[in-house]
Design a protein around this ligand. Structure first.
Ligand code: NDP
Length: 287
């Protein structure tokens, strides 16, 4: 019987735990942790992501503010806003929704967020700390992947995990997280990408396969070994408008021992880890 790793349900459980942590923080400090969300332009998908993140904040008692800027915002204007948010003591975490319009260099903006408010975990400081084994904020999607495994009792220690995709926001930091010398990690990690040869040969060796490439139903059932655990990070919309992942779910689930669905897998976990990081940021700043 294949275990469906229900991210939606786990997200609810974890958000209830975070709400308890937020209430403790409020009792101690007399104000709630706060997330400033920055959205530049009117991309419909980004608007939905930001709305969902703010709604999740509200559910756990985290304050949130939306800074919606026009699409022609200059890099200097955005840097000015971030500098203000960096010094605002009500703001525990800053979320700059990517991607940004062409006139703005994303890496400059990500680097401008105060390290203690980097709840997305994308800044060179956060990534460097993780790289050197002293993590502060794990990027939300990799953190969500790790937590869905850990909280479902799937051992990571000593397991061979093959990650397909090496982006800066998913594949690369996930590899770094899973190879930490720490509980809930200690994996042997292989990372593949668009230049990798014979990806099936690699994924068939894995105890756990994670796919994050943005290619509809890429992972087929003959690309895993029987009993492997499969985590699908991808979000793709089919020609018929259906949301599907990077895994051929119906076929792969017959071979896997556990699998995440799309939707309802890593998506809700990503949002939950943002809340977790925001609470952590508030505690780091205020005790
Ligand atoms: P990117 O486009 O930034 O990176 C894609 C990665 O996949 C690259 O490393 C690329 O290789 C690799 N790749 C592309 N095609 C192939 C292929 N045919 N074989 C092997 N590797 C390939 O994507 P993201 O990491 O941002 O996102 C990946 C997916 O995850 C998307 O569907 C996205 O929507 C989803 N996502 C979901 C989130 C969630 O909360 N559930 C959060 C973030 C992303 P190369 O480096 O060589 O170009």
């Amino acid at each position: 019987m294949t275990l469906i790793l229900d991210g939606k349900k786990l997200a609810q459980t974890m958000q209830a735990e975070i709400a308890v942590g937020v209430a403790d923080f409020v009792r101690k400090h007399g104000f709630a942790p706060g997330l400033a969300a920055v959205l530049v332009g009117e991309d419909a998908a980004s608007q939905v992501y930001v709305r969902n993140k703010r709604k999740a904040c509200e559910n756990v008692g985290i304050q949130s503010w939306l800074h919606a800027l026009p699409v022609d915002t200059t890099q200097d204007a955005l840097l000015h806003l971030i500098a203000q948010l960096n010094t605002d003591t009500n703001v525990s975490g800053i979320l700059v929704q990517l991607s940004l319009p062409r006139q703005i260099d994303e890496s400059v903006i990500v680097d401008a967020v105060a390290p203690l408010k980097d709840v997305d975990g994308f800044s060179p400081m956060s990534l460097g700390l993780m790289m050197s084994g002293q993590p502060r904020f794990f990027p939300c999607t990799p953190y969500g992947v790790q937590q869905i495994l850990v909280r479902n009792g799937i051992a990571i220690d000593g397991k061979h995990i093959v990650i397909v995709g090496r982006s800066n926001i998913v594949g690369k930091p996930l590899a770094m997280l899973l190879m930490q010398k720490a509980d809930g990690a200690n994996a042997t990690v292989t990372v593949c990408h668009s230049r990798s040869r014979d990806i099936g040969v690699l994924t068939r060796q894995a105890d756990i396969v994670v796919v994050a490439i943005g290619k509809e139903r890429f992972l087929k059932c003959d690309m895993i070994k029987p009993g492997a655990v499969v985590v699908d990070v991808g979000i793709n919309r089919t020609a018929e408008g259906k949301l599907v992942g990077d895994v051929d779910f119906d076929a792969v689930k017959k071979v896997a021992s556990a699998i995440t669905p799309v939707p309802g897998g890593i998506g809700p976990m990503t949002i939950t880890m943002l809340l977790q990081n925001t609470l952590r940021a508030a505690i780091l700043q205020h005790g």
